[in-house]
Design a protein around this ligand. Sequence first.
Ligand code: FAD
Length: 257
Amino acid sequence: STDESWKPFNSSRVYMADLESTLYYSLYVEVAAHTVISGEALTALKKYISVLSKHFPGRPVVMNLLKSVNSWLQSQTADQISYDALEDILDNTAQMPNAALPDDTKWVGCQGSQPHLRRYPCGLWTLFHVLTVQAKNSTASDPLEVLDAMKRYIHIFFGCRQCAEHFGNMVDSLVEVKTLSSAILWLWAKHNRVNNRIAGALSEDPQFPKIQWPSPEMCSACHTVTDNGEHRWNTEEVLAFLLTYFSSSRILTDYLE
Ligand code: FAD
């Protein structure tokens, strides 16, 4: 059962517990809402799992599971699969011995001051930021691979349908993304656009107000002021900051089983 006790955490760090919880929730709750997965949804799922198996900076047991799910999924040639069949592979029945996902969520850096705040949507943003950074570090060949998988996942599976609709309106500008670095910056900029739009909304956790991120306290070099006093981002500094902030070597493993 979910451990609901408050876990102290450093709000300027990424936690593996949140990333694994996000995988759990996405595969066991959101994808599970589709009894039969076909067409666009099957393509979306295949691309999502493929990106995870390549770029998720996970523990060996989690990577083994993702790789086993990926090879099963990519070998499916029928135009539809049942969620039950996928779940058998996720549950790893008679598959590899050292392959597993956690069996519940445990939010740490994505904890909310109330149960309906933060959590999975926070985890999903964090997951895709990490994946864009990992794709760059592994010099992936296609700069759009991660964001294309994200676009498709959100469109088909993300339970917040209003969020999916808003996000769908932003993805046209993906044509501008030509490099792995611009993919990282694209997602950062769109996330800030969302932060700006929903600041002060009911979905905001009062303990975690929406800001244009990172704050000057987190990265002063990221912020500059023009001669006429306007705020400007220094995108080179922002990129350097994101590469460090979301790097796999900096992810904290506190609270993992
Ligand atoms: P989140 O915004 O979830 O961010 C998680 C963490 O990422 C933050 O704690 C911070 O450490 C870091 N971060 C913050 N900004 C950035 C940035 N620009 N770049 C990199 N890292 C950053 N909610 C709505 O009410 N309406 C919507 O239309 C909506 N659309 C969404 C679309 C998508 C694709 C997703 C994933 C979520 C959407 N949500 C929407 C949910 C909302 O954006 C938040 O996820 C939710 O309110 C929880 O907020 P949070 O405080 O945990 O921070």
